[in-house]
Design a protein around this ligand. Sequence first.
Ligand code: PLP
Length: 379
Amino acid sequence: MIYLDNSATTKPHPDVLHSFQQVSTSFYANPSSIHPLGGEAEQLLLTAKKQAAKILRVLPEEIIFTASGTEGNNLAIKGVALEHQKRGKHIITTIIEHPSVYNTCLALEKLGFEITYIPVNQDGIVSPEMIEQAIRDDTILISVMHVNNEIGSIQPVQEIGERLRKYPKVIFHVDDVQGFGKVPLNIKESHIDLYTISAHKIHGLKGNGILYKQSRVSLFPLFHGGEQGEGFRAGTENVAGAVSMTKAMRLIKEKEKEKNRYLFQLHQLLRQELEKIEGVFINTPKNAAPHIMNFSLPGLKPEVLIHALASEEIYISTKSACSSKQSDYSRIVAACGKDDENATSALRVSLSYEQTKEEIDTFIHTMKRIITKLRGIMG
Ligand SMILES: Cc1ncc(COP(=O)(O)O)c(C=O)c1O
C-alpha cells in the first residue's frame, strides 16, 4: 500500500496513540473537579499547554485546545467578527483559503460583514502590497493561510505581518494547518495574533487542534458554558487529546529538523518525473511546501485515475478532502489563472516524512501505465 494523501490526513504515530490511551486510562477525571484526581488531570492539561506553547514560542495562556482546524478557523474569524463588529465589519482574506475560512467568510457576508477576497498570482501567491492596499478604517481582521492545501503554495506571511504593524487595530489570523511541521514560521516574528493548527495532519488524532490567541486579542466565543479554554472555548477539556497532540507536535518538529531536506528531494524527484509524462501540467509552483504536488491531466477524469490507482493500492486525491466529493472543479487551480480543463482535472499527491524513493518510483510507473491504458481506451 502506498499512501500519498497526507494532506487529507496522516497515519497516527504509535507514540501519540500510546499517550492518548495512557492518559485516557489513568487520568480520566474532569480537570475542573476539585478532588485530587481532577487536580492531576488539570496538571497534565497545564503541562500540555506549556509544551505546546514552548514549541510555538508563545505563552501557555495563549493556547486554546480545539477539536479541529475547522473549529480553530471558525473561532478565530467569527470570534473576531462578533467581538469587534462595533469597530468595523470589513474583513480581508485571500481567494485560495481552505473552505473552513472561505465558507466562514461567505457566512459572515450573510450577517452583514463585507469581505474582500484578494486574488493570487499564477503561482498561487498573494501580494502583501495588495493586502495592505485593501485595508480600510473599518477593517478588523486579515486572514491568510500559510501553505495552501491544494497546491502547496507558501504565502508571504511574515511580510504581511510586518506591514500590519502599522495597523495595530487590525487582527492578523493565519491558518497553518498545512504548514506546521513542514514550512517553518515564527508566530511572534510574523506578528500573528491568531494561528490555527490541527493534530491529524501531523500524525496526531482527529478531534484535536490548537488556536493560538495573542493575549491582548479578545474573541466572542463560539460555545458558551464553563470557563474552560481560557474562557473562549467552553466544554470539558479533552486532556488525552491535548497531551497526545503536543506529543505529535514534538515529533513532527523533530522530523522537520532531521528530514525536511529529504522531503524536498522527494518532492523534486516527483516533479521531475511528472514533468516527463506527456499531457501533465504541474500546478504546484517552484518553492512550494515540500509535501504537496498538484498536477492536471486535461482530458482524463481525475476520479477515474484515482480509482485505477486505488485498485493497485496507491492512494492520491483530487483537491482537498473537504471538497473532493463535490465537483471536480478546483477553485484554487482556477484562481491561479489555469483554464477549465486544468481546473477540472487536478490531482494532488501529498507526502509524509516516512515516504521512500521507491514509493515515488512505483507511483510514477503505475500512473504512466494507467494513463497509457486510459488514453488507449479513449482512442
Ligand atoms: C489549510 C487547511 N485549513 C484547515 C483545515 C481543516 O482542518 P480539520 O480537518 O482539522 O478541520 C484543513 C484540512 O484539510 C486545511 O488543509
